[in-house]
Design a protein around this ligand. Structure first.
Ligand code: UDP
Ligand code: MG
Length: 307
């Protein structure tokens, strides 16, 4: 059984359409599938609609979270709820901006042995210039910081049972799924599609949330910002050497007023030393931070012979 997990927050405007489209899609999939709505503490009629759909269609079900926990947590809740039952899950947003035709291909890939199938946007023409530019910067930054995020992939993906079980082994609270899933490994595929505009309702990700999410992504996955403090310190000390030489030359040329040389030298030298010391502390804090995450060390993919 494949579960299509759909987090919903105040989505009454799109839910009817979404349900119709998804229900019509199910018979076309090569494996049996169900739709699992996760109501993320909506304050509109979302839950009543989910209950009504669940009565009308046997393949629709839902869970309701007691309060709003955000997209990533809502998705996690849905996945965890069916982790033992599902042979695979597909996560998709309620507004169906992502092409549901891709689900057909994802299920076929799963039958062919894929464990993780990423839905990847072919281009971003439906986005505003601003969103496109910020998104590009974000993915570039994430990659240069050493996280394995997939370019232009959001949270539209298939996970097989074993990939899902592996993901559930991550005990961390700050979820950034598109950084975590690439850490799983397993057999991976990409499916490309064009993203549509939101049909109704409005985005639940205004700029402030988007920025917070991006910052979360970086700080949840990378200690490079901490490490960069150390290199700033090294840079400062190098500059300090130049400043010291220059200040001494000026001093012996009698071009300076009293106190200038000693002040200038101390500022640069002490500044550099302080930054380097902070960088060293940063290394330890970075280690602690990775330890407290208690992430799993490995996942076994296959076994052979009698162990
Ligand atoms: N969502 C959620 N909880 C929240 C915010 C959003 O479950 O606190 C859901 C929302 O219902 C939608 C998905 O997350 O299914 C993505 O939100 P949206 O489409 O507004 O984001 P965008 O596509 O604009 O980035
Ligand atoms: Mg959307």
């Amino acid at each position: 059984m494949i579960y299509i997990v759909v987090p919903c927050y105040n989505e009454e405007a799109v839910l009817k359409d979404t349900t119709e489209q998804l229900v019509a899609l199910l018979p076309r999939l090569s494996l049996p599938a169900r739709i699992l709505y996760v109501d993320d503490g909506s304050r509109d009629a979302t839950w009543d609609m989910i209950e009504a759909f669940a009565k009308a269609h046997p393949e629709v079900c839902g869970i309701r979270l007691a309060h709003n926990v955000g997209h990533q947590n809502a998705l996690w809740a849905g996945m965890e709820h069916v982790a033992d039952r599902a042979d695979a899950i597909i996560s998709i947003d309620a507004d169906l901006q992502d092409d549901i035709e891709v689900i057909v291909r994802m299920v076929d890939d799963f039958r062919d042995g894929a464990d993780v199938v990423y839905g990847v946007r072919r281009d971003r023409t439906t986005d505003s210039f601003f969103k496109r530019a910020t998104a590009l910067c974000f993915y570039k930054a994430m990659n240069s910081l050493g996280t394995g995020t997939v370019y232009n992939h959001a949270d539209f993906r298939l996970l097989s049972h074993r990939a899902l079980r592996a993901l559930m082994d991550f005990p961390e609270r700050n979820l950034f799924l598109r950084g975590m899933v690439p850490m799983l490994g397993f057999h991976t595929k990409m499916e490309y599609y064009d993203r549509l505009e939101r049909k109704a309702g409005e985005t639940k990700y205004p700029l402030s949330k988007m920025l917070a999410f991006a910052a979360d992504g970086i700080t949840s996955f990378s200690i490079k910002p901490l490490r960069s403090i150390f290199f700033c310190g090294v840079l400062f000390l190098l500059v300090a050497v130049g400043v010291i030489v220059w200040a001494l030359i000026e001093y012996f040329d009698h071009n300076t007023i009293a106190g200038w040389t000693s002040l200038l030298i101390s500022i640069w030298f002490v500044g550099g030393c302080l930054l380097m010391a902070m960088g060293v502390m940063g290394e330890y804090i970075g280690k602690m931070y990775q330890e407290v995450k208690r992430r799993p060390r490995y996942f076994v993919m296959d076994e052979a012979g009698n162990i």
